[in-house]
Design a protein around this ligand. Structure first.
Ligand code: GTP
Ligand code: MG
Ligand code: ZN
Length: 304
Protein backbone atom coordinates (compact mmCIF):
# COMPACT_ATOMS: atom_id res chain seq x y z
CA UNK A 1 0.00 0.00 0.00
CA UNK A 2 1.09 3.54 -0.80
CA UNK A 3 -0.30 6.55 1.08
CA UNK A 4 -0.93 9.99 -0.29
CA UNK A 5 -3.24 12.97 -0.49
CA UNK A 6 -5.85 13.61 -3.16
CA UNK A 7 -5.12 16.94 -4.85
CA UNK A 8 -7.47 16.71 -7.81
CA UNK A 9 -10.64 14.90 -8.75
CA UNK A 10 -12.24 14.59 -12.16
CA UNK A 11 -15.06 12.36 -11.02
CA UNK A 12 -13.61 9.08 -12.19
CA UNK A 13 -9.86 9.68 -11.74
CA UNK A 14 -8.07 11.15 -8.75
CA UNK A 15 -4.60 12.69 -8.67
CA UNK A 16 -2.85 11.59 -5.51
CA UNK A 17 0.36 13.17 -4.29
CA UNK A 18 2.63 10.89 -2.28
CA UNK A 19 4.32 13.79 -0.53
CA UNK A 20 5.25 17.32 -1.49
CA UNK A 21 7.40 17.17 -4.65
CA UNK A 22 7.44 13.39 -4.72
CA UNK A 23 5.32 12.96 -7.81
CA UNK A 24 1.70 12.01 -8.32
CA UNK A 25 -0.26 8.86 -9.04
CA UNK A 26 -3.45 8.59 -11.07
CA UNK A 27 -5.90 6.58 -9.02
CA UNK A 28 -9.43 5.24 -9.16
CA UNK A 29 -11.86 3.95 -6.59
CA UNK A 30 -13.46 0.52 -6.66
CA UNK A 31 -17.09 0.61 -7.87
CA UNK A 32 -18.26 -0.57 -4.47
CA UNK A 33 -16.97 2.56 -2.75
CA UNK A 34 -19.12 4.81 -4.93
CA UNK A 35 -22.27 3.18 -3.64
CA UNK A 36 -21.20 3.60 -0.04
CA UNK A 37 -21.32 7.39 -0.42
CA UNK A 38 -24.12 8.34 1.94
CA UNK A 39 -25.17 11.98 1.93
CA UNK A 40 -22.35 13.27 -0.23
CA UNK A 41 -22.17 13.00 -3.98
CA UNK A 42 -18.39 12.52 -3.95
CA UNK A 43 -17.03 9.59 -1.91
CA UNK A 44 -13.44 10.84 -2.17
CA UNK A 45 -12.70 14.55 -1.86
CA UNK A 46 -9.64 16.68 -2.51
CA UNK A 47 -7.61 16.88 0.66
CA UNK A 48 -8.42 13.29 1.61
CA UNK A 49 -5.53 11.13 2.79
CA UNK A 50 -5.80 7.72 1.19
CA UNK A 51 -4.07 4.35 0.93
CA UNK A 52 -3.72 2.89 -2.55
CA UNK A 53 -2.79 -0.40 -4.08
CA UNK A 54 -0.49 0.20 -7.05
CA UNK A 55 -1.37 -1.68 -10.25
CA UNK A 56 1.01 -3.00 -12.89
CA UNK A 57 0.37 0.04 -15.08
CA UNK A 58 1.44 2.30 -12.15
CA UNK A 59 -2.07 3.59 -11.51
CA UNK A 60 -3.57 3.26 -8.06
CA UNK A 61 -6.74 1.79 -6.62
CA UNK A 62 -7.90 3.68 -3.52
CA UNK A 63 -8.56 1.12 -0.82
CA UNK A 64 -8.93 3.24 2.28
CA UNK A 65 -9.73 6.84 3.17
CA UNK A 66 -8.22 8.05 6.45
CA UNK A 67 -10.69 9.58 8.90
CA UNK A 68 -11.21 13.26 8.03
CA UNK A 69 -10.20 15.91 10.56
CA UNK A 70 -12.90 18.09 9.06
CA UNK A 71 -14.46 19.08 5.75
CA UNK A 72 -16.69 21.70 4.18
CA UNK A 73 -19.54 21.04 1.78
CA UNK A 74 -21.71 22.87 -0.68
CA UNK A 75 -25.02 22.02 -2.24
CA UNK A 76 -24.51 19.71 -5.21
CA UNK A 77 -24.86 21.47 -8.53
CA UNK A 78 -26.46 20.41 -11.83
CA UNK A 79 -29.73 19.51 -10.17
CA UNK A 80 -28.13 16.68 -8.20
CA UNK A 81 -29.47 16.03 -4.74
CA UNK A 82 -27.34 16.12 -1.62
CA UNK A 83 -24.13 17.88 -0.92
CA UNK A 84 -20.66 17.85 -2.32
CA UNK A 85 -17.52 17.88 -0.21
CA UNK A 86 -15.43 20.86 -1.26
CA UNK A 87 -12.30 19.69 0.53
CA UNK A 88 -11.26 17.62 3.52
CA UNK A 89 -8.58 18.19 6.15
CA UNK A 90 -8.71 21.98 5.92
CA UNK A 91 -6.40 24.04 8.14
CA UNK A 92 -8.14 27.37 7.49
CA UNK A 93 -11.53 28.07 5.93
CA UNK A 94 -11.38 31.54 4.39
CA UNK A 95 -14.55 33.49 3.78
CA UNK A 96 -13.92 36.07 1.08
CA UNK A 97 -15.86 39.29 1.02
CA UNK A 98 -15.12 42.55 -0.79
CA UNK A 99 -15.49 46.13 0.34
CA UNK A 100 -17.50 46.96 -2.78
CA UNK A 101 -18.52 45.20 -6.00
CA UNK A 102 -20.11 43.29 -4.38
CA UNK A 103 -20.47 44.92 -0.98
CA UNK A 104 -19.78 42.69 2.00
CA UNK A 105 -22.54 41.29 4.16
CA UNK A 106 -22.01 40.39 7.81
CA UNK A 107 -24.88 37.89 7.48
CA UNK A 108 -22.79 35.95 4.98
CA UNK A 109 -19.80 36.05 7.32
CA UNK A 110 -21.91 34.83 10.26
CA UNK A 111 -23.31 31.91 8.28
CA UNK A 112 -19.79 30.94 7.29
CA UNK A 113 -18.56 31.17 10.89
CA UNK A 114 -21.46 28.99 12.05
CA UNK A 115 -20.50 26.40 9.46
CA UNK A 116 -16.89 26.48 10.63
CA UNK A 117 -17.90 26.13 14.29
CA UNK A 118 -20.15 23.21 13.36
CA UNK A 119 -17.51 21.50 11.22
CA UNK A 120 -14.43 22.05 13.34
CA UNK A 121 -12.78 24.31 10.76
CA UNK A 122 -10.60 27.26 11.80
CA UNK A 123 -11.99 30.34 10.01
CA UNK A 124 -10.42 33.51 8.62
CA UNK A 125 -12.44 36.50 7.44
CA UNK A 126 -10.79 38.02 4.39
CA UNK A 127 -12.07 41.32 3.04
CA UNK A 128 -10.71 42.13 -0.41
CA UNK A 129 -10.76 45.23 -2.67
CA UNK A 130 -9.62 47.58 0.09
CA UNK A 131 -8.52 49.90 -2.75
CA UNK A 132 -12.22 50.60 -3.44
CA UNK A 133 -12.91 51.77 0.11
CA UNK A 134 -14.25 55.28 0.61
CA UNK A 135 -14.00 57.17 3.86
CA UNK A 136 -17.28 55.89 5.30
CA UNK A 137 -16.37 52.34 4.25
CA UNK A 138 -13.23 52.60 6.37
CA UNK A 139 -15.22 53.53 9.47
CA UNK A 140 -17.53 50.59 8.87
CA UNK A 141 -14.64 48.20 8.24
CA UNK A 142 -13.07 49.28 11.48
CA UNK A 143 -16.31 48.51 13.34
CA UNK A 144 -16.52 45.11 11.74
CA UNK A 145 -12.93 44.32 12.50
CA UNK A 146 -13.44 45.19 16.16
CA UNK A 147 -16.62 43.14 16.35
CA UNK A 148 -15.12 39.93 14.98
CA UNK A 149 -11.79 40.31 16.71
CA UNK A 150 -13.60 40.74 20.04
CA UNK A 151 -15.18 37.33 19.38
CA UNK A 152 -11.76 35.80 18.79
CA UNK A 153 -11.91 35.60 15.00
CA UNK A 154 -9.13 36.66 12.67
CA UNK A 155 -9.84 39.24 10.01
CA UNK A 156 -7.59 40.51 7.22
CA UNK A 157 -8.10 43.38 4.81
CA UNK A 158 -6.40 43.03 1.46
CA UNK A 159 -6.25 44.37 -2.05
CA UNK A 160 -4.71 42.35 -4.85
CA UNK A 161 -2.69 45.32 -6.06
CA UNK A 162 -1.18 45.82 -2.61
CA UNK A 163 1.81 43.47 -2.34
CA UNK A 164 2.21 44.08 1.38
CA UNK A 165 -1.29 42.81 2.16
CA UNK A 166 -1.00 39.84 -0.20
CA UNK A 167 2.33 38.85 1.33
CA UNK A 168 0.76 38.97 4.78
CA UNK A 169 -1.90 36.58 3.56
CA UNK A 170 0.73 34.33 2.00
CA UNK A 171 2.60 34.28 5.30
CA UNK A 172 -0.62 33.53 7.19
CA UNK A 173 -1.41 30.44 5.11
CA UNK A 174 2.14 29.15 4.87
CA UNK A 175 2.27 25.38 5.22
CA UNK A 176 -1.51 25.13 5.32
CA UNK A 177 -4.40 23.86 3.24
CA UNK A 178 -7.03 26.56 2.91
CA UNK A 179 -10.33 27.00 1.10
CA UNK A 180 -11.64 30.23 -0.42
CA UNK A 181 -15.42 30.61 -0.29
CA UNK A 182 -17.59 33.61 -0.89
CA UNK A 183 -19.98 35.35 -3.25
CA UNK A 184 -19.19 35.56 -6.94
CA UNK A 185 -17.02 38.52 -7.87
CA UNK A 186 -15.35 39.07 -4.50
CA UNK A 187 -11.98 38.19 -6.08
CA UNK A 188 -11.24 34.65 -4.86
CA UNK A 189 -9.61 33.57 -8.10
CA UNK A 190 -7.78 36.86 -8.54
CA UNK A 191 -6.30 36.45 -5.05
CA UNK A 192 -5.22 32.93 -5.95
CA UNK A 193 -3.58 34.11 -9.17
CA UNK A 194 -1.78 36.83 -7.22
CA UNK A 195 -0.53 34.31 -4.67
CA UNK A 196 0.74 32.07 -7.47
CA UNK A 197 0.99 33.84 -10.86
CA UNK A 198 1.79 30.53 -12.59
CA UNK A 199 -1.78 29.36 -12.07
CA UNK A 200 -3.41 31.85 -14.47
CA UNK A 201 -6.92 30.81 -13.58
CA UNK A 202 -9.89 32.45 -15.21
CA UNK A 203 -11.47 35.47 -13.57
CA UNK A 204 -14.30 37.72 -14.73
CA UNK A 205 -15.36 41.34 -14.57
CA UNK A 206 -18.15 42.05 -12.13
CA UNK A 207 -21.01 43.15 -14.36
CA UNK A 208 -21.88 46.80 -13.82
CA UNK A 209 -25.58 46.12 -14.10
CA UNK A 210 -26.17 43.70 -11.24
CA UNK A 211 -22.89 44.29 -9.41
CA UNK A 212 -22.70 40.56 -9.05
CA UNK A 213 -19.94 38.32 -10.34
CA UNK A 214 -20.43 35.83 -13.12
CA UNK A 215 -19.76 32.55 -11.37
CA UNK A 216 -16.55 31.97 -13.26
CA UNK A 217 -14.96 29.21 -11.23
CA UNK A 218 -16.64 25.86 -11.71
CA UNK A 219 -14.55 23.11 -10.11
CA UNK A 220 -12.31 22.50 -7.12
CA UNK A 221 -8.72 21.34 -6.84
CA UNK A 222 -5.87 21.77 -4.34
CA UNK A 223 -3.66 24.39 -5.96
CA UNK A 224 -0.10 24.88 -4.73
CA UNK A 225 1.12 28.20 -3.36
CA UNK A 226 4.86 28.35 -2.74
CA UNK A 227 6.15 24.93 -1.79
CA UNK A 228 4.09 24.24 1.30
CA UNK A 229 0.57 25.67 0.98
CA UNK A 230 -2.52 24.59 -0.90
CA UNK A 231 -5.52 26.68 -1.80
CA UNK A 232 -8.93 25.43 -2.93
CA UNK A 233 -10.81 27.96 -5.02
CA UNK A 234 -14.58 27.48 -5.17
CA UNK A 235 -17.36 28.84 -7.35
CA UNK A 236 -19.22 31.84 -5.96
CA UNK A 237 -22.30 31.27 -3.85
CA UNK A 238 -25.18 33.64 -3.26
CA UNK A 239 -25.91 32.53 0.25
CA UNK A 240 -24.32 30.13 2.66
CA UNK A 241 -26.67 27.22 3.25
CA UNK A 242 -26.65 25.76 6.76
CA UNK A 243 -26.83 21.98 6.82
CA UNK A 244 -28.12 19.97 9.77
CA UNK A 245 -28.63 22.94 12.10
CA UNK A 246 -31.98 23.59 13.79
CA UNK A 247 -33.36 26.57 15.72
CA UNK A 248 -32.72 25.06 19.15
CA UNK A 249 -29.12 24.23 18.28
CA UNK A 250 -28.07 27.35 16.37
CA UNK A 251 -26.70 29.23 19.41
CA UNK A 252 -24.20 26.40 19.93
CA UNK A 253 -22.32 27.87 16.99
CA UNK A 254 -22.33 31.49 18.18
CA UNK A 255 -19.21 31.69 20.33
CA UNK A 256 -20.69 34.43 22.53
CA UNK A 257 -23.87 32.40 23.18
CA UNK A 258 -22.79 28.82 23.54
CA UNK A 259 -21.84 29.07 27.22
CA UNK A 260 -24.79 31.29 28.14
CA UNK A 261 -27.37 29.02 26.58
CA UNK A 262 -26.87 26.43 29.31
CA UNK A 263 -28.19 28.98 31.83
CA UNK A 264 -31.50 29.53 30.02
CA UNK A 265 -34.61 28.27 31.83
CA UNK A 266 -35.55 25.94 28.97
CA UNK A 267 -33.01 23.52 27.56
CA UNK A 268 -34.38 24.01 24.06
CA UNK A 269 -34.55 27.82 24.36
CA UNK A 270 -34.21 29.57 20.99
CA UNK A 271 -33.46 32.91 22.73
CA UNK A 272 -36.20 34.74 20.82
CA UNK A 273 -39.20 34.98 23.16
CA UNK A 274 -38.70 32.51 26.04
CA UNK A 275 -38.82 33.66 29.66
CA UNK A 276 -35.69 33.20 31.75
CA UNK A 277 -33.42 33.45 28.72
CA UNK A 278 -29.80 34.13 29.65
CA UNK A 279 -28.89 35.12 26.08
CA UNK A 280 -31.57 37.83 25.86
CA UNK A 281 -30.54 39.03 29.30
CA UNK A 282 -26.93 39.37 28.14
CA UNK A 283 -28.12 41.15 25.00
CA UNK A 284 -30.12 43.62 27.13
CA UNK A 285 -27.00 44.33 29.18
CA UNK A 286 -25.06 45.06 25.97
CA UNK A 287 -22.90 41.97 26.28
CA UNK A 288 -23.94 40.60 22.91
CA UNK A 289 -23.41 42.80 19.88
CA UNK A 290 -26.72 43.93 18.30
CA UNK A 291 -25.51 43.00 14.80
CA UNK A 292 -24.75 39.48 15.85
CA UNK A 293 -28.08 39.08 17.65
CA UNK A 294 -29.89 40.47 14.57
CA UNK A 295 -28.09 38.03 12.29
CA UNK A 296 -28.98 35.27 14.75
CA UNK A 297 -32.68 36.24 14.54
CA UNK A 298 -32.56 36.33 10.75
CA UNK A 299 -31.00 32.92 10.56
CA UNK A 300 -33.48 31.46 13.09
CA UNK A 301 -36.26 32.74 10.88
CA UNK A 302 -34.73 31.18 7.77
CA UNK A 303 -34.45 27.83 9.56
CA UNK A 304 -38.11 27.58 10.46
N1 GTP B 1 -10.50 46.92 -7.44
C1 GTP B 1 -10.24 45.63 -7.20
N2 GTP B 1 -10.75 44.67 -8.02
C2 GTP B 1 -10.47 43.38 -7.75
C3 GTP B 1 -9.67 43.01 -6.65
N3 GTP B 1 -9.58 41.64 -6.63
C4 GTP B 1 -10.32 41.20 -7.67
N4 GTP B 1 -10.86 42.23 -8.37
C5 GTP B 1 -11.71 42.16 -9.57
O1 GTP B 1 -12.96 41.53 -9.23
C6 GTP B 1 -13.47 40.83 -10.36
C7 GTP B 1 -13.91 39.42 -9.97
O2 GTP B 1 -12.78 38.66 -9.61
P1 GTP B 1 -12.75 37.07 -9.60
O3 GTP B 1 -11.41 36.70 -9.06
O4 GTP B 1 -13.15 36.49 -10.89
O5 GTP B 1 -13.90 36.75 -8.51
P2 GTP B 1 -14.32 35.34 -7.92
O6 GTP B 1 -14.58 35.57 -6.47
O7 GTP B 1 -13.31 34.31 -8.25
O8 GTP B 1 -15.71 35.06 -8.67
P3 GTP B 1 -16.41 33.64 -8.98
O9 GTP B 1 -15.37 32.73 -9.53
O10 GTP B 1 -17.49 34.00 -9.92
O11 GTP B 1 -16.96 33.16 -7.65
C8 GTP B 1 -12.37 40.87 -11.43
O12 GTP B 1 -12.70 41.86 -12.36
C9 GTP B 1 -11.14 41.26 -10.64
O13 GTP B 1 -10.19 41.94 -11.42
C10 GTP B 1 -9.12 44.03 -5.81
O14 GTP B 1 -8.41 43.82 -4.81
N5 GTP B 1 -9.46 45.33 -6.13
MG1 MG C 1 -13.49 32.54 -9.27
ZN1 ZN D 1 -32.28 31.49 25.83
Amino acid sequence: MVSGRVIKSTGSWYTVEKAHNEGTIAARIPGKMRLEGLKQTNPVAVGDRVDMEIQEDDTGIIKHIHPRENYLTRQATHGKRGEQIIAANIDIGIVVQSVRQPQFKTGFIDRFLITCEANNVHPLILINKLDLARKDDLTRLDEIRRLYESLGYELMLVSVADDVSINMLKEHISGKTVTLMGPSGTGKTTILNTLNPDLKRTTAEVSGFSNKGKHTTTFAELLPIGDSSYVVDTPGIREFGLVDIDAAGLSNFYVEMKELRTQCKYYNCTHVHEPGCAVMEAYDKGEIHPERYMSYLQIIESLS
